[in-house]
Design a protein around this ligand. Structure first.
Ligand SMILES: [Zn+2]
Ligand SMILES: [Zn+2]
Length: 328
């Protein structure tokens, strides 16, 4: 499925099968989970997608062909996961200081390089991962972005005992399981009046769940915002104890309204999370099966990608949408 222009539906068409270049794997795609970032790309909210583009950056597949001079950690037939971070230069100041997620020349799967809404894709082997055996191809796909970016956001909260989560979508649902596993007290904020999601959060183990316009019963040590809604930032800030941190976990957010300096005073911090490092992926893929982190999924065929995206946009999915390539 190909995106020719933002704000247009994806087109199904035959494209030549890619070849594994130097250092690359040709992967036969089994599944690819749909991420909110895909919607941001389609809606033209991210500045420079490669066009035409094959979307999709939560790819599970099997190695079909190995290019020259490729990292030997993979063999033909191995199952691999391909996430958002597709390539870095390894040379810039960010890469050399363990912050390849900020690389000046990074390339991103399903955004600046072709992704996994397809039967085949190629990927730089150094940015592919073995996946835990515990999960099948559908179950593991949502872990590759919602899980990884969620995990990076979560790690930024340090040892926060009381953790707030604003927006209880796919990433929040996965990371809440990790937080509970690690003994954190969880406070979940949803759209005001969304009692169903609040109930889901409590069933999962949240100490408290309420509307984003409410204050938690106790001040929070940290809050992660997964909703792309800027006004949540000052609201979350006001829910923090001294020294607390607000982590914005999304790639896109509407503007943040101004707020009083008193809300930031006493060493409160606001930060964002950009992309992921391979270390985040190694850590999370090792941790996830031990929790075990489980995603709710809803499957679609590749041809139904536009339907999956429309239902995601309308909030009508019951779990993360996962495209299954050989569904027919
Ligand atoms: Zn770099
Ligand atoms: Zn994503």
């Amino acid at each position: 499925m190909v995106l020719d222009n933002p704000r247009k539906p994806l087109q199904l068409r035959d494209v030549p099968r890619p070849k594994a270049g130097r250092g690359q794997l040709l992967v036969r795609v089994a599944t690819c989970a749909v991420c909110r970032t895909d919607l941001h790309v389609i809606d033209g909210e991210l500045p420079d997608p490669k066009l035409p583009l094959i979307l999709g950056h939560q790819i599970v597949g099997r190695v079909q062909e190995i290019g020259e001079e490729t990292d030997s950690k993979f063999q033909i037939g191995d199952r691999v996961g391909i996430p958002w971070l597709g390539w870095t230069d390894g040379e810039c100041a960010y890469c050399r200081s363990g912050r390849e997620n900020l690389c000046d020349n990074a390339r991103f799967t399903g955004y600046t390089i072709n992704g996994g809404y397809a039967e085949f894709t190629v990927a730089d082997a150094r940015f592919c991962f073995h996946l835990p055996d515990r999960y099948n191809d559908v179950e593991v796909a949502p872990l590759l972005c919602a899980g990884l970016i969620g995990y990076r956001s979560y790690r930024k909260t340090g040892n926060a005992r009381r953790l707030g989560i604003y927006g209880f979508g796919n990433a929040a649902h996965l990371i809440a399981q990790v937080a509970l596993h690690e003994g954190r007290d969880l406070f979940v904020f949803t759209r005001p009046g969304d009692t169903k999601t609040q109930q889901d959060a409590k069933t999962l183990g949240a100490k408290w769940a309420g509307g984003s316009d409410e204050m938690p019963p106790k001040k929070l040590d940290a809050a992660i915002i997964f909703a792309s809604v800027g006004p949540l930032v000052p609201m979350a800030l006001r829910a923090l104890a001294k020294g607390g941190i607000v982590v914005c976990g999304g790639i896109h957010m509407s503007d943040i309204p101004s707020f009083a300096y008193a809300d930031l005073w006493e060493e409160r911090v606001i930060t964002s999370v950009a992309n992921l490092t391979r270390r985040d992926a190694d850590e999370f893929l090792e941790l996830a099966p031990r929790v075990p982190v489980k995603a709710h999924t809803e499957t679609f065929s590749l041809e139904q990608a536009n339907t999956a995206l429309d239902r995601f946009r309308a909030g009508k999915l019951s779990g993360t949408a996962v495209l299954v390539m050989d569904a027919n």
